[in-house]
Ligand binder design. Structure first.
Ligand SMILES: *Cc1c(COP(=O)(O)O)cnc(C)c1O
Length: 359
């Protein structure tokens, strides 16, 4: 049996995969597969409406926010959001590689003030005590740092419009949407496959847009004038959206994001406590900044020479995707919503077994 800890794309709920296979063969009892229908067929328009409804229900998204499903990944949002909302100056929190990329793109459109950075300690913590300038057009954060395993686990207060890249922790906990002006992310970490990007946006934000933008770059285009056109200005990525739909149905069936959060915390606690107990390993993120989605750890100083050996040991035991990102090294276990507790337990057992050979 394989235990999938890939950082993204990553493990998805089995029922979602099965439903997608069925839909490829025969979508909505049409006798035609989902890849071969028009996105204007009533069955698809209904599905789009249902996916949006699921997002609204699971995250308690108020009416004055639009929920969009677009192409291009979170990386496309880095410049799109800046093109729409950066008129003079924007504030950014620099908590890792993805923040840095977002900052780089924003600079194409105006001044960027980096209010704080944890780059001094290889992004092993979430900065605190910084000041958000009140004259900024918006304040941008990366809620979960997929590569470094740190996470902003609460909804922060911002005196200016708060924009969050939640690619890797959306739907892992309940969030207070009203604290955010915009939330976006690629689906391929926690809510679906690659190919669809979610954007939750407070509609009044659109009134602040000053630039003339290409249609595809303008959020208003995708919001449309009637709900029927929402996210359907051009052909949407139907299969990724369908898999996302099924993934969220599964989240709902399990009790919603509160239930997910409970089990996510349990999984993270299980793995972190083993890292802290086991003499062979150490965690790389500061304890209070630890992510419940991506758990990063390295060999302890006196066991540095055994990294390749543990990798081989774990691979033989069925662990997949635990190699750490090159900027941190060591290991990273991504334990998103769809990663079962049994997989985390299997990894913990594997770490215990490995320790027995040496301690
Ligand atoms: C993966 C990831 C991205 C990049 O997403 P793409 O959809 O590949 O562009 C951006 N931000 C975070 C936090 C990520 O984890």
């Amino acid at each position: 049996m394989k235990h999938n800890f890939n950082a993204g794309p990553c493990v998805l709920p089995k029922p979602a995969i099965e439903a997608a296979i069925d839909a490829i063969r025969n979508f909505d009892n049409t006798g035609i597969g989902i890849l071969e229908i028009s996105h204007r067929t009533p069955g698809w328009e209904r599905t789009m409406g249902e996916v949006e409804q699921l997002w609204r229900e699971l995250l308690n998204i108020p009416e004055n926010y639009a929920v969009l499903f677009l192409g291009g990944g979170a990386s496309t949002q880095f410049y799109t959001l800046a093109a729409n909302f950066l008129n003079k100056k924007a504030a950014y929190l620099d908590t890792g590689s993805w923040s840095k990329k977002a900052i780089k793109e924003a600079k194409l459109y105006g001044d960027v003030e980096v209010v704080a950075s944890s780059g001094d300690k290889n992004y092993s913590y979430i900065p605190k005590g910084y000041k958000i300038p009140t004259d900024a057009d918006y304040f941008h954060i990366t809620s979960n740092n997929t590569i470094y395993g740190t996470e902003i686990k609460e909804d922060i207060d911002s005196p200016v419009n708060l924009i969050a890249d939640m690619s890797s922790d959306i739907m892992s906990r309940p969030i207070d949407i009203k604290k955010y002006a915009m939330i976006y992310g690629g689906a391929q970490k926690n809510v679906g496959p690659a190919g669809v990007t979610f954007v939750i946006i407070r509609k009044d934000l659109l009134e602040t847009v000053q630039r003339t933008l290409p249609s595809m770059m303008n959020y208003q285009t995708h919001i449309g004038s009637a709900p029927k056109n929402r996210s359907m200005f051009n052909t949407p990525p139907v299969l990724p959206i369908y898999v996302m739909y099924q993934t969220l149905l599964h989240v709902k069936k399990q009790g919603g994001v509160e239930a997910m959060n409970k089990i996510n915390k349990q999984k993270a606690e299980l793995l972190y406590s083993e890292i802290d107990r086991n003499k062979m390993f150490v965690g790389t993120a500061e304890k209070e900044s630890r992510s419940i989605m991506n758990v990063c750890f390295v060999m302890a100083e006196e066991h540095k020479d055994k990294e390749a050996e543990f990798m081989e040991f774990a691979t033989k035991a069925g662990m997949v995707g635990i190699k750490g990102h090159r900027s941190v090294g060591g290991f990273r276990a991504s334990i998103y919503n769809a990663c079962p507790l049994e997989s985390v337990q299997a990894l913990v057992n594997c770490m215990k077994e490995f320790e027995k050979q040496y301690v």
